[in-house]
Ligand binder design. Sequence first.
Ligand code: SF4
Ligand code: FES
Length: 248
Amino acid sequence: MKLNLRIWRQKSADTPGAMTTYEVDGISSDMSFLEMLDTLNEDLILRGEEPVAFDHDCREGICGACSLVINGDAHGPERTTTCQLHMRSFRDGDTIDVEPWRAAAFPVVKDLVVDRSAFDRIIQAGGYISAPTGSAPDAHATPVPKPDADFAFEHAECIGCGACVAACPNGSAMLFTSAKVNHLNVLPQGAPERETRVLDMVRAMDDEGFGGCTLTGECATACPKGIPLPSIAAMNKEWLRATRKVRR
Ligand code: SF4
Ligand code: FES
């Protein structure tokens, strides 16, 4: 395949960026999108040009590091992570726009790399449990009703990629925060911090400058792990419950 790439290039957070056009040839439809970018970077290095900076780590859909807006969609045309997107989703001769996440709370560091440490600070505010659970078999011995275990597991699938924020017209982090709150709040191990967790994590989210949620649903549509929109309602319920309990 031969492709025209229009890629956002930006030297640093303080310098203006612009779309730059590149041509890549010899792309196999079996390559992942990141392998296609690797091919471009090898060409750029051989030509003595600066390679394109982009985030990646596991390349297995686990870590959430890969974060690209491809033709206007967070993670591109398939509902998966960028590292699991393959070039068979494109056609020979296509022009593909590649941009970083666009959100006020995710400032561009360089080219396609953004600073997602705001997510880390939301996690630090309450994404932990203090209950001693011992080793893995001990933790497993705590009885958890099957519906609660399923609910927790569904939300634990969030990989913190930030596609929900990038897809949201408001730049809201409600889907991410709800996944992290719901995952722990439903479990007996998460009960000691149930109220403080939701209050502190929502406060941290607001402090980081994410936008408000107007339930457009773009977040859930873009989420590669299928975190559902009702997760936000479940977190709001937890927040109201905690607010009332703390006031009493
Ligand atoms: S909720 Fe989905 S889109 Fe948002 S950070 Fe988690 S996995 Fe990524
Ligand atoms: S590189 Fe880890 S999820 Fe894509």
